[in-house]
Design a protein around this ligand. Structure first.
Ligand code: E4P
Length: 220
């Protein structure tokens, strides 16, 4: 399973990259607004230089011609840019054309399996089902991941399932169990994946026992 970090914050990206387990980055307009990105293209270029893997950069146009122009521009920033396009009619049309042009896409804002089927048929590189936002409205985000993985397997679609809108480690665990190709998550969730109280308690005991041994040896 590939791990992407879901942020536009360069320090967070660096921290996850330094861990040695980062396969890519996803950004969106809200994440850029959160940290006050002024020069969007320059910022995406910086991220692309920091990581070897794919970096999703989202278009903000909603009409076909504008989406295409914006997407071509973003794709020119670096080889590892993946253009994020919303799952709307004009977006699906654009994904088809971008795919034909060899520009890789991440189809975002997916909330149903039929939407995911359309994105795969249009040739999207990634589909981003939003788990957390479905759970937020008492729907079942994990069921969507299960359905999309099954449908893509049934027909051999190459579109990768990118579990998005991840809120906690169980979303990552269940996505991995279901065979999602990628999980994109905030730095907080990456950190939570490695936390366990028994690890902390065990380490504390090991180090204390080691210190006792040294004291015993020194006293002899
Ligand atoms: C990633 O590509 C999505 O934009 C992101 O995971 C959305 O997460 P949120 O629902 O926490 O905003």
């Amino acid at each position: 399973m590939k791990f992407f970090i879901d942020t536009a914050d360069l320090d967070e990206i660096q921290e996850a990259h330094d861990l040695g387990v980062l396969d890519g980055v996803t950004t969106n307009p809200s994440l850029c607004a959160k940290i006050g990105v002024a020069d969007f293209e320059g910022h995406i270029a910086k991220i692309c230089n920091m990581v070897d893997g794919d970096v999703s950069a989202e278009v903000v146009s909603t009409e076909y011609d504008e989406i295409m122009a914006e997407a071509r521009n973003l794709a020119n920033i670096a080889d590892n840019v993946v253009v994020k396009v919303p799952l709307i009619k004009e977006g699906i049309k654009a994904i088809r054309s971008l795919s034909d042009e060899g520009i890789r896409t991440n189809c975002t804002l997916c909330f149903s399996a039929t939407q995911a089927l359309l994105a795969a048929k249009a040739g999207a590189t990634y589909i981003s089902p939003f788990i957390g936002r479905l759970d937020d409205i008492s729907d079942d985000g994990m069921q969507l991941i299960a359905d999309v993985v099954t449908i893509y397997e049934n027909y051999g679609y190459e579109t990768e399932v990118l579990a998005a809108s991840i809120r906690h480690p169980m979303h990552v665990l269940e996505s991995a169990r279901l065979g999602a190709d990628v999980a994109t998550m905030p730095l907080k969730v990456i950190d939570q994946l490695m936390e366990h109280p028994l690890t902390d308690r065990g380490l504390e005991r090991f180090l204390a026992d080691w210190d006792s041994l040294q004291e015993e040896l020194e006293s002899k």
